[in-house]
Design a protein around this ligand. Structure first.
Ligand code: ZN
Length: 161
């Protein structure tokens, strides 16, 4: 078990485009385990390669239904819409309202480099879109409907809705 150092907003590595994973090397396997350790330690629901300084097309997610590894993911279908608060381990303590597809179909390779297709709704769909954006150097604040605000102030600002 190893916790990796997180990269934070302002770090240029978060703005780079990631390269595909070509081979499941011991180094990549270790990276995946460390990414889960780091995500759970930080109470996140997702973590992408660049957030731990690795420019590879890979992310991990656990929205409460168990760990999911996505290597070289492609979002092949998006539909519907959901609007809600979103945060990121690279922007600690912040939140903003982001509109995302409510349903996505994503193809990727799992931790054994076996191809899979997942249909995701609601929070899982949101997490996939958020993590996928990281692989192209996009942060949620770039696509948010509202300015970033502190988590503690968020409910207050939206209580009128
Ligand atoms: Zn993020």
């Amino acid at each position: 078990m190893a916790i990796r150092n997180l990269r934070y907003d302002g770090d240029p590595i978060l703005r780079k485009t990631c390269k595909e994973v070509t081979e499941l090397t011991p180094r990549i396997k270790e990276l995946i385990e460390d990414m889960f350790d780091t995500m759970y330690e930080e109470n996140g629901v997702g973590l992408a390669g660049p957030q731990v300084g690795v420019l590879r097309r890979l992310f991990v997610i656990d929205v409460g239904d168990g760990p999911l590894t996505f290597i070289n993911p492609v979002i092949v279908e998006k539909s519907g819409e959901q609007t809600g608060g979103e945060g990121c381990l690279s922007l600690p303590g912040k939140i903003a309202t982001v509109t995302r597809p409510n349903h996505v179909v994503c193809e990727a390779y799992d931790k054994n480099m076996e191809k899979f297709t997942i249909e995701a709704d609601e929070l899982l769909a949101r997490a996939i879109c958020h993590e996928y954006d990281h692989l192209d150097g996009i942060l949620y604040k770039d696509v948010a409907d509202s300015p970033l605000c502190n988590v503690d102030d968020y409910e207050e600002n939206n209580s009128g809705r």
